[in-house]
Write a protein that binds this ligand. Structure first.
Ligand SMILES: NC(=O)c1ccc[n+]([C@@H]2O[C@H](COP(=O)([O-])OP(=O)(O)OC[C@H]3O[C@@H](n4cnc5c(N)ncnc54)[C@H](OP(=O)(O)O)[C@@H]3O)[C@@H](O)[C@H]2O)c1
Length: 342
């Protein structure tokens, strides 16, 4: 298998066009994860030629980063791996709030470096825009961390074009990370074309729409513990049946036309979208990466693309986006008490 690669600005080595997503490896919001299995998954990904690993402190409150740190320490060859992590979410109890202040970012980078057992982060991305902090302040923080050598490239995630325009007046943006898959296509309207026009690499997330496009989910599938798919509106009535029907039709088409499954079709559809640099594919089981070989052996032509898009449009009557995942802004601080205590 020949892995497709791409160039991410400020990253000296080519990046694999499929990146390993490690949100579920953090366990939290995914019903828990088995760390040894996760380490085997990371090693399997590296063996298959996936050299970009996307993570965040938000994934299991640091646990995903710790598991990646362990996996890379056990494997060695740190310089062959592109670690893409994020910052800008503040933990309060078991909740996360947007916080793009300089202080927050500087604190988080140190914690990420320690958890990842490394002295530099290849790509540091702002996880979500924080409307309570000027984008320029966040950009200055990342610019300064890059100057210090703690991070090599600066990225953003879930940013609007307006936010990216302001941000890049302070420091260049190497990458943007929007959601993008066959069921969540908003980014193709503006974000991806803008990135393409401005030399910003795109690491699109959720290639399988949280597993929905894997072909392994059906009406009987039960999610355990705190798995966020229990509250994901795509996995609930009345939409769940519509999405499953689309998956069934896509699976049939993938078999007939390409002798592959819906998963490979879905990842290929993302990769063949002009302007997509990397598709992030989340998994915590090594065997789940087996279809990668099929993904790398075909391309979607215009006719196939139009067909799969029509299937989705005709089957999913009541589409919904990934907005339910967006973390809230920080709650207003309690007003400082003025005057004498009552
Ligand atoms: N920047 C952001 O705000 C943001 C938001 C979301 C995601 N992301 C990034 O993008 C990555 C990918 O997104 P995602 O993890 O949410 O979702 P995804 O890639 O769309 O789907 C991941 C899930 O699909 C299932 N799956 C994967 N391969 C499979 C296979 N071969 N057979 C059956 N099921 C399979 C697994 O579910 P099970 O584990 O249950 O088997 C896996 O956890 C994340 O891990 C994260 O790095 C970023």
């Amino acid at each position: 298998m020949v892995m497709e690669t791409t160039k991410i600005p400020d990253i000296p080595i080519p990046a694999s066009r499929v990146g390993l997503g490690t949100w579920a490896i953090g366990g939290f919001q995914w019903g828990g994860a088995d760390d040894d299995e996760s380490v085997r998954t990371i090693h399997a990904a590296l063996d298959l030629g996936i050299n970009l690993i996307d993570t965040a402190p938000a994934y299991g409150f640091g646990h995903s980063e710790e598991v990646i740190g362990r996996a890379i320490a056990e494997r060695g060859q740190r310089d062959r791996v592109i670690i893409a992590t994020k910052g800008g979410l503040e933990r309060r109890g078991d909740a996360l709030f947007r916080n793009g202040t300089r202080r927050q970012i500087f604190e988080e980078v140190e914690l990420s470096l320690a958890r990842l057992r490394t002295d530099y982060i290849d790509l540091y991305q702002v996880h979500w825009p924080d409307p309570q902090t000027p984008y320029e302040e966040t950009a200055e923080a990342l610019r300064d961390l890059k100057r210090e050598g703690k991070i090599r490239a600066v990225g953003v995630s879930n940013y609007s074009i307006e936010a990216m325009e302001r941000f890049r007046r302070v420091t260049p943006i190497a990458s943007a990370q929007p959601p993008f898959n066959l069921f969540e296509r908003e980014a193709e309207v503006d974000i991806i074309p803008w990135c393409r026009a401005h030399g910003v690499a795109t690491l699109t997330y959720g290639a399988l729409c949280r597993g929905l496009l894997s072909g392994a989910i059906n009406k009987e599938t039960q999610f355990s513990g705190d798995d966020l798919r229990k509250v994901d509106p795509k996995f609930l009535p009345p939409r769940f049946e519509q999405y499953l029907k689309a998956v069934e039709l896509l699976e049939r088409y993938a078999r007939e036309r390409y002798q592959t499954g819906v998963l490979a079709l879905a990842v290929r559809w993302v990769l063949d979208t002009p302007g997509v640099s990397v598709a992030l594919w989340g998994t915590r089981h090594p065997g789940e990466l087996a279809p990668l070989e099929e993904v790398m052996r075909f391309r979607l032509d215009d006719e196939a693309r139009a067909y799969v898009e029509a299937v989705v449009a005709e089957t999913v009557h009541d589409p919904v986006g990934p907005e339910f995942m967006a973390p809230p802004e920080r709650p207003a601080e309690a007003a400082p008490h003025m005057g004498a205590p009552l």
